[in-house]
Design a protein around this ligand. Structure first.
Ligand code: ADP
Length: 398
């Protein structure tokens, strides 16, 4: 069995996979550090939960293990543990077996992901204490995009910032982009090395990647997951001068950061919700702000697709994933309708009748296949753990 852990600043999500890649159990511990933390376990279609006071990620993991043991899922069966780590900086181009030097490198990336990397480190230290001797593997959101060339990853700022502080574009959602690219290659029956793809991960966080011959050559997120297209609550790109303007007009930096991360995007523009379903319903009811929120959201993704067509030259397929990309026929249509001159022809009926599963929504004339592929980041992490343990992947910090 492989245990996959995803530690956020106040949450721990987990999935337990058996050797046939089936999920035996999954769940989360939420509101870690608060008096009423919630522990959830889903197993065999049933969901159980209870509240408890859970102070840190170590206690959260103990609670999960206790829960799993009660269900007969003993820790003695664990072959490995996979940790989702948000930022691997320039140290990691692939998943890595966790050693002292790997742990130090993850810690060294903390200034780039101040909320996420410390939580991942807490998770892996807690897991080491509880499962002494079970190998642990770190899987990085940034690793897949380490193939970007300098023209895509450098900001046009003094180069000393990159050399001295690692300031550059890194990109995120790498595990998801990698997974859907691989699935697209399987669905199309063409080697990934021979494919040029645009992958669109549209969930609460949103990013696109340009993939040339199977390798990421550009992506919309940058130094942090704030850059790029508009998202559920994140603004995506704004003129950086907006921040100086607001700061000089008296808004504290923390409040500006909170606004751009948590109060913008679909939520900020609709002044209603970050959930695309609610914004769509309001737009259909004639709410002007909701309509504009969706227009900005879809227009920005459409522009990014145009940019990546220019980057790639030839595009074989465009892949939609994430909660919105997989489920919202409305958003897909508004992004892709009218791109026939670029060889991207969406089939309106296929699009409308397709939801939440794998499939092709392009029409027969489309030069570019349009695929919907539900993402499965936990499964990719479990696979990477197996690969690293099998030694097929060199597991070291650069
Ligand atoms: P996260 O990035 O947190 O993993 P998800 O990938 O689950 O988020 O995406 C969440 C988004 O997916 C929300 O905006 C939600 O509205 C949207 N979504 C989920 N299910 C549907 C659905 N059936 N129809 C339309 N949108 C959906």
């Amino acid at each position: 069995m492989i245990l996959v852990l995803n530690c956020g600043s106040s949450s721990l999500k987990y999935s337990l996979f058996d050797s046939a890649e089936r999920v035996c159990a999954r769940g989360l511990v939420d509101r870690i550090g608060q008096s009423e933390s919630v522990v959830v376990l889903e197993r065999g279609g049933e969901r159980q939960s209870h509240t408890a006071a859970i102070g840190d990620h170590g206690e959260a993991l103990s609670a999960v293990v206790g829960f799993l043991q009660e269900q007969g899922q003993g820790a003695n069966l664990l072959e490995g543990i996979g940790h989702r780590v948000v930022h691997g900086g320039e140290y990691f181009v692939e998943a890595a077996l966790i050693t002292e030097s790997v742990e130090s490198a993850i810690a060294a990336c903390t200034p780039l992901a101040p909320l996420h990397n410390p939580a991942a480190l807490e998770g892996l230290r807690a897991a080491r204490k509880l499962f002494d001797g079970v190998p642990q593997v770190a899987v990085f959101d940034t690793a897949f995009h380490q193939t970007m060339p300098p023209r895509a990853f450098l900001y046009a700022v003094p180069r000393a910032l990159h050399a001295e502080q690692g300031i550059r574009r890194y990109g995120f959602h790498g595990t998801s982009h990698r997974y859907v690219a691989q699935r697209a290659s399987e669905l199309l029956g063409v080697d990934l090395d021979a494919l040029n793809l645009i992958t669109c991960h549209l969930g609460n966080g949103c990013s696109l990647a340009a993939i040339a011959a199977g390798r990421s050559v550009d992506t919309t997120m940058g130094l942090t997951p704030l850059e790029g297209v508009a998202m559920g609550t994140r603004s995506g790109d704004v003129d950086p001068a907006l921040i100086f303007h607001l700061a000089r007009s008296g808004m504290p930096l923390d409040a500006i950061e909170k606004m751009l991360l948590h109060e913008s995007g679909l939520l900020g523009l609709s002044a209603r919700s970050q959930d695309v379903r609610e914004v769509e319903a309001a737009a259909l009811d004639g709410d002007q702000a909701a309509r504009e929120a969706l227009e900005v959201f879809t227009y920005r993704v459409r522009k990014a697709i145009g940019a990546y067509c220019a980057v790639l030259g030839r595009v074989d397929a465009l892949v939609c994933t994430g909660g919105i990309g997989e489920n919202s026929a409305f958003v897909r249509l508004h992004i892709l309708d009218g791109l026939e001159h670029m060889g991207i022809c969406i089939d309106r009926v296929r699009n409308r009748t397709h939801a939440g599963r794998e499939g092709d929504i392009s029409n027969v004339d489309s030069r570019v296949k349009i695929l919907v592929v539900p993402t499965n980041e936990e499964l990719v992490i479990a696979r990477e753990v197996r690969e690293v343990l099998a030694g097929s992947s060199s597991a070291s910090a650069l």
